[in-house]
Write a protein that binds this ligand. Structure first.
Ligand SMILES: *[C@@H]1O[C@H](CO)[C@@H](O)[C@H](O)[C@H]1NC(C)=O
Ligand SMILES: *[C@@H]1O[C@H](CO)[C@@H](O)[C@H](O)[C@H]1NC(C)=O
Length: 157
């Protein structure tokens, strides 16, 4: 009887391990951007990206440098190698209830957009928060100031 129990236990344990293997695939890791103190964590769905497909990013962060994310701040998502594969996607960061976001306050934002360009074998995904300069056609930030940023490099392997 005890032997049967052990057998069933080992069988179940084995099945559990086999089941768990596909879930060990690691999520894409986003790191800070060069020369920008503030960053945030990023979850991406689907991960890895699929095109054409609706893409959802959830960012969670906290300013540490004293910079404030105001009502005009935008999150700009750029995907590409030397040039973007499609025009950058732009979203507000603050919402009406929790704005402005002061340094030291955790914030989270979820955005969704359609990715419908073909992806090169290697490319970068950049998520940048700043106040867009409305008189700059290239979507530059006012005073070139980036409030927070995260990026990752996808390499074909
Ligand atoms: C604003 O953001 C907070 C989290 O930062 C969230 O709990 C709340 O539901 C959001 N409100 C709206 C109107 O989106
Ligand atoms: C906004 O963009 C315009 C045009 O590129 C530029 O002349 C101006 O200096 C920029 N303003 C700021 C505050 O960055």
């Amino acid at each position: 009887m005890a032997r049967n129990f052990i057998f069933v236990f080992i069988l179940l344990a084995t099945l559990t391990i086999i089941n768990a293997i596909p879930f060990h695939k690691r999520a894409t890791f986003f790191g800070p951007c060069p020369n920008v103190e503030d960053t945030f964590s990023v979850k991406m769905d689907p991960d890895p990206l699929i095109s054409p497909h609706l893409i959802t990013f959830t960012i969670t962060g906290k300013e540490v440098s004293g910079l404030i994310i105001g009502p005009l701040a935008s999150l700009v998502v750029t995907i590409g190698a030397s040039t973007p594969v499609q025009p950058p996607s732009v979203f507000p960061v603050c919402n009406s209830t929790d704005c402005p976001i002061f340094s030291g306050t955790e914030y989270t934002t979820t955005i969704t957009f359609l990715l419908d360009a073909s992806l090169p074998p290697s490319y970068e995904i950049d998520l940048t928060i700043g106040n867009l300069n409305s008189s700059s056609p290239q979507m530059l930030f006012l005073n070139n100031q980036i409030l927070a940023c995260a990026l990752t490099t996808i390499t074909s392997s």
